[in-house]
Design a protein around this ligand. Structure first.
Ligand SMILES: C[S@@+](CC[C@H](N)C(=O)[O-])C[C@H]1O[C@@H](n2cnc3c(N)ncnc32)[C@H](O)[C@@H]1O
Length: 494
C-alpha cells in the first residue's frame, strides 16, 4: 500500500504529463471521513476555477452486456462497415482503424494468447467488455503503480467477464489475476467519456486516476467535461473554502434520492448520507414524490426516513402512511410504463407528457423531469420537428420546460453544471426562434437572448459535448454582436 506522499508524487507526475507548466494546485490528497482518501482544498477556490486536467491511464468500451457495440478504436457504430479482425476478433470499422497503433497494441496482446476455440466463435461483446482491462496489461511500470494505488471493488460479482474470457483463452494465473484486479479498479473508478454533441458512438469509459480520488456528493462542488483530446477538465461550480472536501457526483443529478442511493449502492457499494439524501424533499424539488394513494387527496408521498431504503412513505398533506412494498410496486409499474415509450418519437413523447403522465405522478417527479429534458433536447433539433416546423404551442412548451427545469437545477444548488449550460442554450434558441417569427418582439426579448447565450457559452465552452453552433450563436446573438439584424437569425435555418 502506497503512503499518501508516494501517491501524491505519482499524481503530480501524471498531471505533469499533460500540463508540464503547471506545478501548483489548490488541493491535496488526504484521508476522508466519508470513505478512504479524497481531494481537499488547500486554499479558497472560486466558482469556475480550474482544479486540474486529467488524462486516462486506459480507456475502452463500457462493460455492460447491453451496450451497443462499435469500432474498438474510434467508437463508430455504423453496422454496415463493422468487421472483425481475423487475428484477435475485435470489432473495427475501417482499415485505417485496423492499422492504428491502438489496434496494433490490442491485437498483439489478444492474438498472443492461445485460444481454445477459433477466434470468430468468441463473442465480440465479451472482447469489447474486456478491452479496457486488457489495455492495462501494456501500461508502463509507473502507470501500473498508479493504477494499483486506486481503490478496487472486492465483491465477487466484479471480474465475471475475465472468468468468461478464460473459457476461451489459456490465460496464465498471473494474467487472470492482473485482469481481474483491473476490472475491480475500473468498476470502482472509471468515468463514462462524453461523446461529441449529437453523435452516436459506442459508450466508452476511461480510468482518470486523479478524478478517481474524488468522493461523491449528490450536490457536488465541481463539474467535469471532456475536450477533443479526451482530457477530463475539472472545475469548481461554486466557491470551495480551504479545508473543504472536493466532490464529484457519480449519479444522475436529477434523479430522486431513492434512485440515486440505490444506484450508488449497486455500482459503488455505499449508501450516500449527504445533506440532499437526508432531506426527503430534496431542497423542495420533490424529485422522488409520488401521488397520494387516496384519490381524494392531492398531496405527495415521500419517504418517512430518507436514509432507510425500506422506509414507509407518508403523504405530506393527509398523513396517509404507505408501506415500502406498495411504493416499490408503483415504482416498478411506472418503470414499465416509461420503458414502453418510444423515445425516438417526439410526437409520442409530447402526447404522453401532455396527456398521461400527470395521471400517475406529480409534476415534480424525476420521471416527469426526465421527459421534460428529452423534449427540450429534441424540439427544434431533430428531423420532423426542426425550428421552422414547430407549432406555436410546441415553441411555447420548449420555452416553459427550459424555464421550469432551470428552476429545479437552481433549487438543488447545482451551480454552473453542464446541464444548466445546455438548458440555457435551449432557452436562448427558443427565444431566438420566437424573435425570428415575430420581429416586433425582438427588442423585448433581446436582453434575455443575449444573456442566456452568453451564460451558456461561458459554461459550455471547450466541452466536447456542447452544441457545435454554440460559438456561432454567441457571435450572432450574444451581447455586442455587430452582425446586421437581418443576418442574426440565419443560424436557425441550418
Ligand atoms: C472513485 S472512489 C473515490 C476515492 C476513494 N475514496 C479512494 O480512497 O480511492 C469510489 C469509492 O469511494 C468511496 N466513496 C466515495 N464517495 C463516498 C460517499 N459519499 N460515501 C461513502 N463512501 C464513498 C466508496 O467506497 C466508493 O466505492
Amino acid at each position: 500500500m502506497l503512503s499518501m506522499d508516494q501517491l501524491s508524487l505519482l499524481v503530480q507526475d501524471h498531471l505533469h504529463d499533460i500540463q508540464p507548466a503547471r506545478h501548483y494546485h489548490k488541493w491535496t490528497i488526504k484521508s476522508s471521513d466519508i470513505g478512504g482518501r479524497g481531494l481537499f482544498a488547500t486554499e479558497d477556490i472560486k466558482a469556475g476555477e480550474l482544479l486540474f486536467v486529467d488524462h486516462p491511464l486506459v480507456y475502452g468500451p463500457r462493460s455492460g452486456t447491453t451496450i451497443q457495440q462499435g469500432c474498438t478504436v474510434c467508437g463508430k457504430m455504423d453496422i454496415d462497415t463493422l468487421f472483425r479482425c481475423n487475428k484477435c476478433g475485435l470489432l473495427l470499422c475501417s482499415h485505417q482503424c485496423q492499422k492504428s497503433n491502438t489496434h496494433y497494441d490490442d491485437c498483439i496482446v489478444i492474438s498472443g494468447w492461445c485460444s481454445k476455440v477459433s477466434i470468430e466463435n468468441i463473442s465480440d461483446t465479451l472482447l469489447s467488455r474486456c478491452l479496457a482491462p486488457i489495455r492495462t496489461l501494456s501500461l508502463p511500470e509507473d502507470q501500473q503503480e498508479l493504477l494499483r494505488a486506486l481503490q478496487a471493488h472486492t465483491l465477487p460479482q466484479h471480474g465475471s467477464e475475465i472468468k468468461e474470457l478464460k473459457e476461451y483463452f489459456d490465460l496464465s494465473s498471473e494474467e487472470e489475476h492482473l485482469l481481474t484486479l483491473a476490472v475491480c479498479i475500473l468498476d470502482a473508478n472509471a468515468f463514462q467519456i462524453a461523446v461529441p454533441y449529437g453523435r452516436k458512438e459506442m459508450s466508452m469509459r476511461g480510468l482518470f486516476p486523479v478524478s478517481s480520488l474524488m468522493n461523491h456528493n449528490c450536490v457536488p462542488n465541481t463539474k467535469y467535461y471532456f475536450n477533443k483530446e479526451c482530457h477530463m477538465i475539472i472545475k469548481a461550480v461554486k466557491p470551495i473554502a480551504a479545508g473543504t472536501e472536493i466532490f464529484t457526483c457519480y449519479s444522475g443529478l436529477l434523479w430522486g434520492t431513492p434512485a440515486r442511493r440505490l444506484h450508488l449502492f449497486k455500482t459503488k457499494h455505499f449508501w450516500c448520507k449527504c445533506e440532499r439524501c437526508t432531506d426527503a424533499t430534496e431542497r423542495g424539488t420533490f424529485l422522488a414524490a409520488l401521488k397520494c394513494f387516496d384519490t381524494n387527496c392531492s398531496g405527495s408521498l415521500l419517504p418517512i426516513e430518507p436514509l432507510n431504503p425500506t422506509s414507509a412513505w407518508r403523504c405530506l398533506t393527509c398523513g396517509l402512511r404507505v408501506p415500502n412494498s406498495n411504493i416499490s410496486a408503483i415504482q416498478s409499474a411506472l418503470g414499465s410504463l416509461i420503458g414502453s415509450l418510444n423515445f425516438e418519437n417526439v410526437a409520442e413523447l409530447e402526447k404522453f407528457y401532455m396527456n398521461r403522465v400527470y395521471k400517475y405522478i406529480p409534476k415534480t417527479n424525476q420521471i416527469v423531469v426526465d421527459l421534460q429534458c428529452r423534449l427540450i433536447w429534441e424540439l427544434g433539433e431533430v428531423d420532423g420537428c426542426r425550428w421552422h416546423e414547430l407549432s406555436e404551442s410546441q415553441l411555447a412548451l420548449k420555452e416553459s420546460l427550459c424555464r421550469g427545469t432551470l428552476v429545479t437545477v437552481a433549487a438543488l444548488g447545482l451551480g454552473d453544471t453542464h446541464l444548466r449550460g445546455l438548458l440555457l442554450y435551449h432557452l436562448h434558441a427558443a427565444l431566438a426562434e420566437r424573435a425570428r417569427r415575430f420581429p416586433d418582439l425582438y427588442e423585448e426579448l433581446k436582453a434575455e437572448i443575449e444573456c442566456t447565450i452568453e451564460q451558456s457559452y461561458n459554461i459550455l465552452k471547450g466541452d466536447i459535448s456542447s452544441p457545435p453552433d454554440l460559438e456561432l450563436r454567441r457571435q450572432y446573438l450574444g451581447p455586442g454582436s455587430d452582425k446586421p439584424h437581418e443576418e442574426r437569425f440565419f443560424i436557425l435555418d441550418k
